[in-house]
Ligand binder design. Structure first.
Ligand code: F6P
Length: 357
């Protein structure tokens, strides 16, 4: 195997460049491979000419390690098996992706993505007979087979820092501050930052709450901080979503404003809402994200070059390993409502907005 491709797919996050760097340095220096960076995920393989460049190990310096986003670009729409055409129809154009890969003369592919992108890339690799190894990234931390996915810890630091900044202003004005954080569809960022940042209340998709219970809890407070996960449901059980022109849900947004509206008539304190949004995905990766990303990049190369294909690189039991992709992305991790972190939060007096708890 002398020529391998690397691409990033799905939503970006901090640490992707560190993983690409790990792939390029190890594949070039240890195995003498040429690494092609494929631009814009699968879009780069659909485009003609194919969007890809040889990545020079000399360019993989410390700036790359520190930089947020992905210098290759990425895409989180346009599934090649159900691709939206200009005339409004959907077509399977996966063969175009496969042809694009073979046009580069590549011997194998490393894809850095979340569970959705990895499933698509796996299907393409099987259909096109492409040796494929995946690296997990997601700020949502919902890939259950790995203790760490690239991006989560940096997003957590950003959310925690935001809580540190909200506390003083909440106290100065005797206000209730609601911080809406990302997480589709799991509440890991909310739960973890709520503990790390000393929140009074954490609202999660995994634990139903009652508006009246939240109001009763807040009545005894002069100021308070509520962290809410974007995927938390309204009291009715509906999610707060944004839809595209076809009426399909594209993302979550609005649960913070919903809570503010529902609570405003029930408590006397003023309420302000901060939606943290994509700030959680940007910026320089924290040290651990750089370390996991580098370890994943190096191990993905070793796995591919050892002839193991259809593998997901994971961090498990303090080590980097590879497991079958089906095993890897088949395990979804939501917040364990009986787990240590929920018990820790309860032990600290943090409310989940439930009735009679
Ligand atoms: O899956 C990562 C994620 O950041 C989610 O937490 C969030 O709901 C979604 O992507 C946002 O997607 P987009 O970048 O399309 O707005």
């Amino acid at each position: 195997m002398k020529k391998i491709g690397v691409l990033t797919s799905g939503g970006d996050c901090a640490g992707l460049n560190a993983a690409i760097r790990g792939v390029v340095l190890h594949a070039s220096h240890h195995y003498g491979c040429t690494v092609y960076g494929i631009r814009q995920g699968t879009h780069g393989l659909i485009h003609r000419p194919v969007l890809a460049d040889i990545l020079d190990p000399k360019d993989m310096n410390d700036d790359v390690l520190r930089k947020g986003g992905t210098f290759l670009g990425t895409i989180n729409k346009g599934n090649p098996f159900h691709f939206p055409m200009k005339d409004g129809t959907y077509q399977d154009i996966s063969q175009t992706v496969i042809d694009g890969f073979h046009a580069l003369g590549l011997d194998g592919l490393i894809g850095i993505g979340g569970d959705g992108s990895t499933a698509i890339l796996q299907k393409i690799s099987k259909a096109g007979n492409i040796p494929f190894v995946a690296i997990p990234k997601t700020i949502d931390d919902d890939i259950g087979s790995t203790d760490h996915s690239i991006g989560f810890l940096t997003a957590l630091d950003v959310a925690t820092d935001s809580l540190d900044r909200l506390h003083p202003t909440a106290q100065s004005h005797n206000r209730v501050m609601i911080l809406e954080v990302m997480g589709r569809d799991a509440g890991h960022i909310a739960l973890n930052c709520g503990i790390a940042g000393g929140a009074d209340m954490i609202l999660l998709p995994e634990i139903p709450y009652k508006i009246d219970a939240i109001a009763a809890f807040l009545k005894n407070k002069t100021s308070a901080i509520i962290v809410v996960a974007e995927a938390a449901e309204r009291e009715s059980g509906e999610k707060s979503t944004v839809k595209n022109e076809l009426g399909n849900v594209t993302r979550y947004a609005g649960i913070g404003d919903y809570l503010s509206r529902e609570l405003s008539g029930k408590i006397s304190a003023e309420i302000r809402v901060t939606v943290l949004g994509h700030i959680q995905r940007g910026g320089s990766p924290c040290a651990k994200d750089r370390i996991f990303a580098s370890a994943f990049g190096v191990h993905a190369v070793d796995t591919l070059l050892a002839g193991r294909t259809d593998r997901l690189v994971v961090w498990s039991g303090g080590e980097v390993k590879d497991i079958s992709i089906n095993d890897g992305i088949g395990i979804y991790r939501s917040v364990d409502i009986h787990g240590s972190l929920v018990r820790t939060a309860r032990g600290l007096g943090i409310s989940f907005g439930e009735e009679n708890v």
